[in-house]
Design a protein around this ligand. Structure first.
Ligand code: SF4
Length: 356
């Protein structure tokens, strides 16, 4: 698949410097996309796109103050609040998602962290969705080590917890929890043996250096997140970011391309904000190495205009859904084991050098 003569260094690095990443973000557009596409072809079928479906299992009234989020109780956005869904209602939505081709079912709850009283229901949802043959993903806020273990034991495949932006810009966006707490949750998830879905949001008024900072944090984790959602801010009336300047779509494409180069084996996902993009921008992001999308909640039937539009776009671009068996668990676990071993050796080497 890879054309000879293209010199691409896509070894899995975890020591990216901020200035290196900024240089990539500032490459001439054609050079950047060629490089990203070349890396992409070495690691993935370039025409396969993984499809996930997202369901909000508990909506609104979140105590956190994320300035982009309509679910925060700190802002008045007119969003209808909904309590935790019944397990059977979640199963019904998962069945519909599977029927329209989703291979992964993501369940999100607007919590700071799950309460112990909610865990039995959440665990039942994981078991039920997994029994349907779908991959499972949850986003429930911060997790303790014990909660991560419980979710892993129930069979949760992925846990989503975004870093959102760079450590430096983070305080402008969220004040109710720290960057370090986010990293702690990712650590609990990884140690419990689950896969990580973690990315960020662009268009929140951040600088190019902040985008580089976000990507640096993700790429320098001991193991790259298996999924890296890149969101485009949806400016929602009532949130503090409602009036922020709209992001240049090409800046979005650039960030996707650099994510692809830094994390060559990860699925880079077009997440929130995709519906705001033109078909041409989406096509460029697929070329830049994005290979995963959400069919969002309320997009669960083929009759839905957005789902039908997506299917048409796939046809126009010659894309097709990635089959789940394309990335089987045994191969993935072997790769993770290898990466963790490399991270251990890196840490030992750094320690030894520090002592020398
Ligand atoms: S934690 Fe999640 S649901 Fe809560 S305000 Fe932040 S982004 Fe929204």
């Amino acid at each position: 698949m890879f054309e000879p003569g293209t010199e691409v260094d896509d070894t899995c690095r975890h020591d990216w410097r901020r200035d290196e990443i900024e240089s990539l973000l500032n490459l001439p557009f054609n050079d950047l996309l060629f490089r990203a596409q070349s890396v992409h072809r070495r690691h993935f079928d370039p025409n396969a796109v993984q499809i996930s479906t997202l369901l909000s299992i508990k909506t609104g009234a979140c105590p956190e103050d994320c300035k982009y989020c309509p679910q925060s109780a700190h802002y008045n956005t007119g969003l209808d609040r909904e309590k935790l869904m019944q397990v059977e209602a979640v199963m019904e939505e998962a069945r519909k998602a599977k029927a329209v081709g989703a291979t992964r079912f993501c369940m999100g709850a607007a919590w700071r962290h799950p309460h112990q009283r909610d865990m039995p229901y959440v665990l039942a949802m994981v078991r039920g969705v997994r029994a349907m043959g779908l991959e499972t993903c949850m986003t429930l806020g911060m997790l303790s080590h014990e909660q991560a273990e419980q979710l892993a034991d129930a069979g949760l495949d992925y846990y989503n917890h975004n870093l959102d932006t760079s450590p430096e810009y983070y305080g402008e966006i969220i004040t109710t929890r720290t960057y370090a707490e986010r990293l702690d949750t990712l650590d609990h998830v990884r140690r419990a043996g689950m896969k990580i879905c973690s990315g960020g949001i662009l268009g929140m008024g951040e600088s190019v250096a902040d985008r580089a900072g976000l990507l640096q944090q993700l790429a320098n984790l001991p193991v790259h997140p298996e999924s890296v959602p890149i969101n485009m801010l949806i400016r929602i009336e009532g949130t503090p970011l409602a009036e922020v300047e709209a992001l240049d779509p090409l800046a979005f494409v650039r960030t996707v391309a650099v994510a692809r180069i830094l994390m060559p084996g990860s699925h880079v996902r077009l997440a929130a904000g995709r519906e705001l993009m033109s078909d041409e921008t989406q096509a460029l992001t697929f070329f830049a190495g994005a290979n995963s999308i959400f069919y969002g909640e309320r997009l669960l039937t083929a009759q839905n205009p957005q789902a039908a539009h997506d299917q048409h776009l796939f046809e126009r671009l010659g894309l097709y859904p990635e089959r789940r068996e394309d990335v089987d668990d045994a191969t993935h676990e072997a790769a993770i084991g290898e990466q963790l071993e490399r991270a251990r050796i890196r840490a030992m080497t750094t320690d030894a050098m520090a002592r020398a």
